[in-house]
Design a protein around this ligand. Sequence first.
Ligand code: GUN
Length: 283
Amino acid sequence: MSAVRMDGKALSAKVRGSILAETAALKQRGITPGLAVILVGDDPASQIYVRNKEKACAECGFYSEKYALPAETTQQELLDLIAQLNESPQIAGILCQMPVPAHISEQAVIAAIDPRKDVDAFHPVNVGRIMVGDFDFVPCTPAGVMALLDEYGIDPKGKSCVVVGRSNIVGKPMAMLLLHRHGTVTICHSRTQDLAEVCRRADILVAAVGRQGFITPDMVKDGAVVIDVGINRGADGKVHGDVDPAVMDKAAFMTPVPGGAGPMTITMLMKNTLKAAKVQHGL
Ligand code: GUN
């Protein structure tokens, strides 16, 4: 039996449609959500992500500003730009595409963004608020995963949820969101002993490792829900997930790559930007 494919492209289109409708209503009240996207350097993958973020803004009826800065930009120049955007009334959300060049501190950049405009939810204030369960912004990739689970009627409550990967962007916040929904959560990583055995216990398995085909069928319980957050450029030039496609025959539900978790991430960024605009206008 083959797993149900969890269609992130379709859900994304649906959510963007509802964001566009809400934006239209906000515009009637003189509010246009605005997003500033900063890209430092010329990483080709980052350029694609930034372009897709601009396209998504247009689709949702948002105002957007893009700042493509040269790789030699100093940290101070970047912090000055962020300070200026923090004060800009047109800008509800600020996002600096990661990674930044090595001479710039990622932490300094994140800390410089006004937490009320931190639509990535990377700022320590927002990370803390997620930890205690009182937050406006949901980290985009984990938020997209939760939206997919909800769309397919999958409730984490009481289930064994295993997250493979412990990054600040995906693994850690993913674990928190599943925990808030009453999942029994295990976080695995490169030092985990008997990783396959831990993964086999999962009712919901989230792979956020960054290695093509890392999760093989022997690591998956029959009938599990498998969420693949991986975006790996293969030797064939195509994008591959962290999960071996053969897992499709074992899982009950699975996200394809591409077209699963990926499209949801940017849509959740749009949702955070809309939320930022509303909060900043006291709505
Ligand atoms: N680089 C990879 N993923 C992300 C993301 O979600 N936000 C930002 N700002 N940079 C990224």
